[in-house]
Write a protein of this length. Structure first.
Length: 385
């Protein structure tokens, strides 16, 4: 009997004790219920905790891009918000499939629902996350802050700058890109601005290879880039010199020696008191004609003047001049095909005017003579004959 009574009393005591404990008597009060926002996103990649506090909010949201001023070569400053998203903490909520499905909406933009399911191990039963058994971890993005400024979409050069790229002159456009802008008049491999400023008129010769003078008078190249080539260059000039004799092989003064190329007089000289003459000419081949008022003219053909050389051609002995006969109607001397201004008015000889007489004196019929009167603008060209 005593044993039954004691057992009954013990059972009642346990029931009362449990009831008192459940009512909060003699212990800590139960925790308040979590807010409805628990686990929902807030701020910049943060989330609400059970007491409705926004946890883990940073200065920006991961993936956000901000642009600043200009930088570098036509670039724009750019920075991106970075952060690390994952799971932390545990919940006392039941880790059923329904609770997992309900929580997926709260982690959009932070971690994907697929990632949540894979990491939580949800399969309709309890959820385990970071050691939490019977609950699941809260998503969190932390270290959410702006990264360093970077120069975005930068060009390759400073606008307005210039360079020589493989002898090609280039300028940098307003868009900070190189573009060809050189001058190449001779169409060779180097632009004027990149080493061909002295020789852009001659293909294949550049500032570094330009000669001070025409180094060759037969290569067809303007070696010194002065605009003239070979025998046309002053550096290739030669000369003709000699002596002119008249009757009895005596030295003849005041005779005119003309060097002709075709019918054009290229140079002329007058003999001195000793009958000597000299004149500079371009290298080449000439016909020499010597004339005098009192003598019949004489011609030597095919006189060659090498570059930078002196050729001697004398009109003496068998090549000396003979006295002039009477004038003909065409103003030439008898036995002579040279025009003489001194024949004016003799046997019908006449000149257009005194200028024509001066220009054509000692010329041959068919020649063109040019007479300068101090300045090139007063050049007179006469057709003789």
């Amino acid at each position: 009997m005593f044993s039954r009574t004691f057992l009954f009393f013990l059972v009642v005591l346990l029931i009362v004790s449990n009831s008192f404990s459940a009512a909060g008597g003699g212990g800590n009060p139960p925790p308040p219920p979590c807010s409805g926002n628990n686990g929902q996103p807030c701020g910049n990649c943060g989330y609400y905790d059970c007491q409705n506090n926004c946890i883990g909010s940073g200065t920006c949201y991961p993936g956000t891009v901000e642009y600043g001023g200009s930088c570098g070569n036509c670039g724009t400053l750019k920075r991106t918000c970075g952060g690390t998203c994952g799971f932390s903490g545990t919940s006392s909520l039941e880790g059923s499939q329904d609770s997992v499905n309900a929580f997926e909406n709260s982690i959009v933009g932070m971690v994907s629902a697929k990632e949540w399911k894979e990491r939580s191990g949800a399969s309709g039963g309890a959820v385990t996350e970071l050691g939490g058994i019977g609950g699941f971890g809260f998503p969190s993005c932390y270290n959410c802050d702006w990264g360093a400024w970077e120069c975005f979409n930068e060009g390759v050069c400073p606008a307005g700058s210039a360079r020589c790229n493989n002898a090609s002159y280039q300028t940098c456009s307003s868009g900070c890109q190189w573009q060809d802008a050189g001058t190449n008049a001779d169409l060779d491999s180097m632009d004027f601005q990149c080493g061909d400023s002295l020789c852009d008129n001659v293909a294949g010769i550049y500032n570094a290879t330009k000669a001070d003078s025409e180094t060759s008078c037969t290569d067809g190249a303007d070696n010194d880039c002065d605009g003239t080539t070979d025998c046309a260059d002053m550096d290739c000039k030669g000369s003709i010199a000699g002596t002119v004799a008249g009757e009895s092989n005596a030295s003849l003064a005041d005779a005119t020696v003309s060097a002709l190329s075709g019918t054009m007089t290229q140079a002329a000289a007058t003999t001195d008191g000793s009958g000597k003459y000299a004149m500079a000419v371009d290298c080449g081949t000439y016909n020499l004609v010597v004339s005098h008022e009192d003598y019949a003219s004489l011609t030597k053909e095919g006189i060659v003047v090498p570059p930078q050389s002196r050729t001697v051609s004398d009109f003496i002995s068998n090549h000396s001049l003979v006295p002039l006969g009477s004038c003909e109607a065409d103003c030439t001397g008898a036995g002579d095909d040279t025009i003489h201004s001194s024949c004016e008015g003799i046997h019908g000889c006449s000149f257009y005017d005194s200028t024509a007489a001066q220009a054509c004196n000692l010329a041959r019929k068919g020649w063109f003579r040019m007479l300068y009167k101090g300045k090139p603008v007063k050049l007179v060209v006469a057709s003789c004959g």
